[in-house]
Design a binder for this molecule. Structure first.
Ligand code: FAQ
Length: 311
């Protein structure tokens, strides 16, 4: 009965063990996982666009090969994550519909433009850096298929972060114009990368329950703090300035003191009014429409195979 199932579920969470697709789980647990995992999958897929924009313009063959591999990795992450979400009972078609109709969320970070090559460095360093900070604890998420997907994703993200750092390092050792381009990209991506961790803890409606269920292991603000601590020494090595004049370690509070994050900007982007929201969804919808013939051909092939099997 339900009380016994609830107790068994609670015991698995308590023991830091894993819930698997066929296990009983509360409806709200299933719902929040579908929400988070599908948003995460959509982020990986939409996240291909800002960098895909530079593949044909990368400054050398080597840079092009690296960037292409990275963008393909993001596609792979999206596919693992869609598969993980499907184990919870939502279909791939439903998730795709939600995305191309503009009803699904995906990370705010992918609604900013990439006007210069240095943006590839800043995305790798800051965006993939933030992604790792957020996702390493998700390797221990209580839902098995999600946690396991995160293990491989994090390994690849670490490579992405290093390649971004190396792009910026190369630019910072270049001409004054190249150094300026690198600093400008850091200036534009720094604040949006801090927003990736989500709203402040006291305005994060999902955190308490997700932490009780051991989906999230740390709060949004704690991870944001950890990320800043990671960036500060790396910025020094790069020779770039983090664009926050108030940034300093507060020894008394044992935390980084920062300027106020512009949460109005965050909410505008979430409401679909970021610089690139419309274009990102339009591109995704066009790609889906352009791929219709592939889906039709695959379905027809499956139908014929099926007919043969029956005959
Ligand atoms: N953007 O109550 P909370 C990548 C929404 S990394 C948009 O705190 P929660 C790698 C949130 O969904 C990026 N929406 O929510 C890559 C909720 O809305 P809802 C993807 C945001 O879930 C690199 C509402 O605000 N990573 O793709 C954002 O407990 C380079 C209230 O917030 C992940 O998705 C935001 N930044 O915590 C790819 C990681 N923040 O659903 C390509 C997994 C919050 O109630 C190139 N996700 N919202 O309508 C998570 O860890 C969590 O979902 C958080 C949000 C931490 C993002």
């Amino acid at each position: 009965d339900e009380a016994a199932e609830q107790a068994a579920f609670g015991a698995i969470i308590e023991a830091d063990s894993r819930i698997e697709p066929r296990d009983w789980m509360p409806a709200a647990y299933r719902k929040t996982l579908i929400r988070q995992i599908s948003q995460h999958a959509h982020s990986e897929i939409i996240g291909m666009q800002p960098e895909g924009n530079w593949i044909s313009r990368a400054p050398s063959l080597k840079r092009k090969a690296i960037l292409m591999a990275k963008v393909q990795d993001e596609a792979g992450h999206g596919l693992y994550l869609y598969s993980a979400a499907q184990t919870l009972g939502i279909t791939r078609d439903e998730m795709t519909e939600q995305l191309i109709e503009g009803r699904a969320r995906y990370s705010s970070i992918f609604n900013y433009p990439t006007p210069t090559w240095a943006d590839m460095g800043a995305i790798g360093w800051l965006v993939d850096g933030a992604a790792i900070c957020n996702q390493v604890p998700l390797c221990r998420a209580s839902y098995g298929p999600y946690g396991r997907a995160m293990v491989r994703v994090c390994k690849e993200e670490s490579f992405h972060q290093r390649q971004g750092f190396e792009i910026l390092l190369t630019l910072m050792q270049g001409s004054p114009a190249q150094r300026e381009m690198a600093q400008d990209a850091v200036n534009r991506w720094y604040w949006p990368s801090l927003m990736m961790f989500g709203p402040p803890d006291d305005e994060s409606p999902n955190s308490a329950q997700s932490m009780a269920w051991k989906i999230k292991r740390f709060s949004n603000d704690d991870l944001r703090q950890r990320f800043i601590g990671m960036l500060v020494p790396q910025a020094e090595v790069l020779g770039v300035t983090l664009p926050d004049p108030e940034l300093r370690w507060d020894d008394e509070a044992q935390r980084w003191h920062t300027s106020e994050i512009d949460w109005t900007e965050f909410h505008e982007v979430l409401a679909g009014r970021g610089p690139m929201n419309v274009e990102r969804i339009r591109n995704r919808r066009n790609a889906h429409d352009d791929g219709a013939w592939v889906r039709e051909a695959a379905a027809e092939y499956a139908r014929k195979q099926n007919e043969k099997a029956v005959a």
